[in-house]
Ligand binder design. Structure first.
Ligand SMILES: [Fe+2]
Length: 241
């Protein structure tokens, strides 16, 4: 698939800034340090900030390994899982909608690639706050912004093992909070929590262990200092349509 079509299929074509030459696949036909073959990949979406941009809440070493090793591996394995199959021509959201019919490799790597892409973009060193529209919706559903944060944090802290917590818009266009195991997300037909993702946090140990060790709760509490509310507001407006 040509690059632009591929990026459109994963919902990234409007985000030209996500793609940068420094993070494109190399041209040496070699593997990177993770052992993942990178020479034949389509472009890997760039991180929208420097590795140290979210210090001290998320440390640079964690960001580098998380993005350049973990996320890159999901991306590579996702591409390899769909290459030459009928899935190659589908939007990734359509793949999620049929996930009950797909292989574990597609499930884990499509989810891993997509979830991390949302995660990077819903973080920012400049954290403002929810828009008036989103604030009103949070008050309606949760009682207040603080009550929403409490519900989301509880979902993140109590997800057993590896997974993700989500703020999402359900089919009734109401806000909801939940969590998913492994690399599942609310767009998958197999997920018990279903809707349009608005905000997420990665609670796999690889997301926090270097800095926070076993203290996941401290990482979740720190997360609120670096939420990119502009992105969450934007996703909310898009999901309402
Ligand atoms: Fe992760």
């Amino acid at each position: 698939m040509e690059r632009r079509k591929f990026l459109k299929s994963v919902g990234l074509v409007t985000a030209a800034a996500y793609v940068g030459p420094k993070l494109m696949a190399n041209d040496k036909g070699t593997t990177d340090n993770s052992g993942v073959e990178v020479a034949s990949l389509p472009e890997f979406p760039a991180l929208p900030y420097a590795y140290n941009a979210l210090e001290p809440y998320i440390d640079a070493r964690t960001m580098e390994i998380h993005y350049d090793k973990h996320h890159r591996a999901y991306f590579t394995n996702f591409v390899n899982a769909i290459k030459g199959t009928p899935l190659e021509g589908l939007a990734i959201t359509d793949i999620f909608a049929s996930m009950s019919k797909q292989t574990d490799a597609v499930r884990n790597n499509a989810g891993g690639f997509y979830n991390h892409t949302i995660f990077w973009n819903n973080l920012s060193p400049e954290s403002k706050g929810p828009s008036p529209e989103l604030s009103a919706a949070m008050t309606k559903t949760f009682g207040s912004l603080d009550k929403f944060k409490e519900a989301f944090s509880t979902a993140a802290k109590t997800r057993f093992g590896s997974g993700w917590a989500w703020l999402y818009l359900n089919s009734d266009k109401n806000l909801a909070v939940g969590s998913t195991p492994n690399q599942d997300n609310p767009l998958m037909d197999i997920s018990p929590v279903k809707g349009a993702p608005l905000l997420t946090i990665d609670v796999w140990e690889h997301a926090y262990y270097l800095k926070y060790q076993n203290k996941r709760a401290d990482y979740v509490d720190a997360f609120w200092n670096v939420v990119n509310w502009d992105e969450v507001n934007k996703r909310y407006l898009q999901a309402l349509k």
